[in-house]
Design a protein around this ligand. Sequence first.
Ligand code: G3P
Length: 216
Amino acid sequence: MKFFIDTANLAQIKEANDLGILDGVTTNPSLMAKEGVKGQDAIMQHYKTICEMVDGDISAEVVSTKFEDIVEEGKKLAAIHKNIVVKIPMIKDGIKAIKWFTDNGIPTNCTLVFSAGQAILAAKAGAKYVSPFVGRIDDSGWDGMELIGQIAQIFDIQGYKTEVLVASIRNPNHIIRSAELGAHVITSPLDSILGLLKHPLTDIGLAKFLEDAKKM
Ligand code: G3P
């Protein structure tokens, strides 16, 4: 299972990349705005910087919603770097645009996916990744991980090449469950990735080893 970090924060991207386990980065307009990235030139430069930091797929999201505009915006994003994956929302024109990019050899990530039906459409259009938002489903009182299991099973049965990219991760358990269910990728905030490191018995055990080491 590939590990992506879900942020536009350069310090956090560096920290995850320095661990040596990072396979890519996902961003979205909310994450870019949070970092204060404003204006077309600054946005393009920020994506370029991320691409130069991490050797892996970097999702850059379009903000257009009409087919022709999505294609134009996506082409500009894809021209930034060979590793850019054009992130496109799950809307009718988005599906048309995903098919256009697929036919033109540009990888896409279909975002804002909340149902198996949406995931099937994205796969049929040839998306490289489909991004179900597990945390937001949990927040609404449903079970996000149940959807991941359903999509993973459908893609396996149908032989779809589209990878299941689990997004909107809120805790380390979402990552563990994603691995159990056969997801291809998770994209996570840094704290949930670092949360995988933690266990109180590790802390207690290490303290004891270090104490005993003084007696050696
Ligand atoms: O990048 C898409 C997704 O991961 C957003 O997560 O926490 O805003 O629901 P969140």
